[in-house]
Design a protein around this ligand. Structure first.
Ligand code: ATP
Ligand code: MG
Length: 255
């Protein structure tokens, strides 16, 4: 199927001499096309830093990150922007929709920048909106939508360009359990139907249980990997809780 993401011995330090804090240390892993991978770890362990380095928002101090064979740590600003637009999709905890645009307009931006024709943009948005059940809010502005609807609009925006890699940081962090389930069901559907490759940071064991594999991060290093294999989601959920409690969390407020 091919490797979409290869992270090789990356390190990330913040600050200058004498005041250095190590956020990531010697992290390495790969993600294959069509995989749905979760990242968990205590607060401050480096999850967002890792995702930001992969998403090219932040820069590593050492090591390399290959996305579809391209070392993104070596890309110059101009190329980086195009690479990000064409190959990556982002979903944030707080949705990041533009308030003055409707759902359709928010979703259309990326396709317009890519130079797609109006008819095709319309068709792509309709198809994806139908999959994530947001057809009836397409004409609405963010303030007229629920949190769950906003996050599904953000998910359509991230996926409509058919990116090589979808990066999600706490996508269910601001959602109630019903909206979370709806969003995660749609991630699962897109992962299965379109072979979407998803890398998702989460605190929450229920959310994580949708992934095929979980990477646990502790103090900026890879602590453990848990593979779902043939387990049901419920069984996997319990395996996740076990690791989390060993890491020192408690099962309600995971981590
Ligand atoms: N811009 C920055 N400057 C200095 N230190 C930073 C910066 N961003 C993050 N850090 C530090 O790096 C470490 C990892 O932070 P990070 O945000 O990646 O944690 P996290 O695992 O996402 O935590 P949370 O679960 O609370 O979101 C922390 O110790 C944090 O204080
Ligand atoms: Mg974080």
């Amino acid at each position: 199927m091919g490797t979409v993401l290869a992270v090789e011995r990356i390190g990330k330090q913040y600050g200058k001499k004498g005041m250095v804090s190590k956020a990531l240390h010697n992290i390495g892993f790969t993600v294959e096309k069509g995989e749905f991978v979760g990242i968990m770890g205590p607060s401050g362990s480096g999850k967002t830093t890792l995702l930001n380095c992969i998403s090219t928002i932040d820069k590593v101090t050492s090591g390399s990150i290959y996305i579809k064979g391209q070392d993104i740590t070596k890309l110059k600003a101009g190329k980086l922007e195009k690479f990000r637009r064409d190959e990556l999709g982002f979903i944030f905890q707080d949705f990041n929709l533009l308030d003055t645009l409707t759902a359709t307009e928010n979703i259309a931006i990326a396709l317009t920048i890519q130079g797609k024709k109006a008819g095709e943009i319309d068709r792509l948005i309709r198809e994806m909106a139908d999959k994530l059940e947001i057809t009836d809010v397409l004409g609405k502005f963010p303030y007229q939508m629920s949190g769950g609807q906003k996050q599904r609009v953000a998910a359509v925006r991230a996926m409509v360009t058919n990116p090589s890699l979808i990066l999600a940081d706490e996508p269910t962090g601001a959602l109630d359990s019903k909206s979370s389930t709806l969003l995660l069901d749609s991630f699962e559907k897109l992962n299965k139907d379109l072979q979407a490759t998803i890398l998702m940071v989460t605190h929450d064991a229920f959310t994580a249980s949708y992934a095929h594999r979980i990477l646990f991060i502790k103090d900026g290093t890879l602590y453990k990997e848990l593979v779902r294999g043939n387990k049901t989601r419920k069984e996997f959920f319990h395996s996740i809780i076990d690791v989390v409690s060993k890491l020192g969390g408690d099962s309600n407020d995971v981590f």
